[in-house]
Design a protein around this ligand. Structure first.
Ligand code: DC
Length: 202
């Protein structure tokens, strides 16, 4: 029997990671942050490994090995995510994960469109560029006081453009997804809104 899959897509810093994790905890579902897969390959690429080979040999134990939140790793992840063979290599891992019992929440860019097109619930979380850059700035500033807001804004903008315009699995809201704009919501409000929508649908 097919498991209940909840697909949560959206751009960088839209809040999808925090919301997805909270939803998975409330429902006691398995949770996969698919951005981490791309970030792990991005980190390997920066170390000099060939991205396709790295994706074909990805070991899930490696996902916590790197400091995957670093901005340079995010940029590299967005670059290697353009390669169709990298995406194909990561597809099976993601689909397999989505079938875990009793259900799974996956967040990313193409979950509702490509990875799990039959997901029972599809959500697209978004927010204005400024709101997202501000959130990421506050987060990164805790670890690096020298980081500039304008740099973060430019990096997110560049990543949005690349993620939206690539020919292989571009970031786009699935036609049957529910779109939430979190620009003016606190994280608690965003979680509540998404969770009550899921409760209605489940
Ligand atoms: O969600 P994130 O910011 O951790 O993702 C990092 C990059 O990985 C993102 O800019 C594009 C890529 N990515 C992707 O192409 N498809 C996914 N399902 C998840 C991430």
């Amino acid at each position: 029997m097919n498991q209940t899959v909840i697909a949560i897509d959206g751009p960088a810093a839209s809040g999808k990671g925090t919301v997805s994790k909270a939803i998975s905890e409330k429902l006691q579902f398995n949770y996969l942050d698919t951005g981490k897969l791309y970030r792990a390959i991005g980190a390997k690429y920066l170390e000099g490994f060939a991205p396709i080979t790295a994706a074909q040999n990805l070991n899930s134990n490696e996902l916590d090995k790197y400091d995957l939140q670093k901005p340079e790793i995010a940029q590299a992840a967005s670059e290697i995510a353009l390669i169709p063979e990298v995406r194909a290599a990561l597809l099976e891992f993601q689909r397999k994960f989505s079938q875990k019992t009793p259900g799974a929440v996956l967040d990313g860019r193409d979950i509702g469109t490509i990875v799990c097109p039959d997901a029972k619930i599809k959500i697209f979380l978004t927010a204005s560029l400024e709101a997202r850059a501000k959130r990421r700035y506050v987060e990164l500033n805790k670890h690096d006081g020298k980081i500039r807001f304008e740099t973060i804004l430019d990096q997110i903008k560049e990543r949005d453009e690349r993620d939206q315009t690539r020919s292989s699995s571009p970031m786009v809201a699935a036609s049957d997804s529910k779109i939430f704009d979190t620009s003016d919501l606190s994280i608690t409000e965003a979680i509540e809104k998404v969770f009550s929508y899921i409760q209605e649908k489940i």
